[in-house]
Design a binder for this molecule. Sequence first.
Ligand code: TYM
Length: 333
Amino acid sequence: MKRILSGIQPTGSLNIGTYLGSVKNFVKLQDELPDYEFFIFIADLHAITVYKDKQELRQLTKELAALYIACGLKPERVNLFIQSEVPAHSQMAYLLQCNSYIGELERMTQYKEKSRKQETGVTVGLFTYPTLMAADILLYDPEYVPVGNDQKQHLELTRDIAQRMNNKYNNIFTVPKPLIAEIGAKINSLSDPTSKMSKSDNNLKARINLLDPENIIKKRIRSAVTDSLGTIKYDLENRPGISNLMTIYSVISNNSFEEIEEKYRGIGYKEFKEDLGEIVFQELKPIQDRYNELLNSKELDSILDKGRDRAFQVSQNKLFKTMDRIGLGRKRK
Ligand code: TYM
């Protein structure tokens, strides 16, 4: 069966950037592509490349699992699991590290940015992170990996490693393709609309988290940075603020930019922002209600158990096959 796989790090509360750029896309795909098996995981091993408090990490992992389901992932369609509960991920990462080069990892934009911000105490884990991400993917032979724009470079590296190992070891891996949403692949910060909305931004005004209450959601939209032109027109390069808000509007409402421009002709930012605040709140309200039911339920635990068992089966098999091709251990029958 053909497969699709993706993951999110539990590094902070899920915000509408990750939701619109990634989660909403999986929810759509699970119905549009009935012939595919889906794997979605919480990338907790990736989260510890920078120190995390134990309680917080556990809490964020559980929160993310509940949010995934609350956002509409169907447990009968999707194998949802926690990365660290499936040991083949770390084992495969090592095999891939032995087939990757320091130079190519040094070129990764995310590593350069994060290590520059951190200055001291940059861990080896942060450096080798893309090889763990490649392992996450190649273990499952997915045809597609839905991600936002910022993960494109890591996907390209994954493809390079897969091709390199396919040449050395007789076609072990499916070479995966990124699947990037046409609209919403990059939702920007509400306070600096030229940079990505990020979980790790210290400025709370920059984002809306999925669990934010109604008054905060509306306040954040009202105070989002725009420009002085006052018209609702999509122009990403010259008017990033209003274009970002229109992107959020478009992905949630399914209206095209032209339809939004038409609807708000002659209407200013204030009214547009009031409407957008309401649209975002109406999108998030049912997610928040379902999340509260799920968070401490047995249902969530059994979904994660089932996901882990299936992921274990597929990944362990792939790991052993890869070890065999490389010549590690005794030959398996
Ligand atoms: P992470 O946790 O930073 O983000 C999860 C997903 O959300 C997308 N995304 C966004 N899309 C649009 N606008 C934004 N502002 C925005 N912020 C985040 C990301 O592109 C991503 O698709 N390394 C990955 C997690 C990972 C993974 C994997 C993904 C680990 N292993 C294997 C796919 C396959 C990460 O840090 O994503």
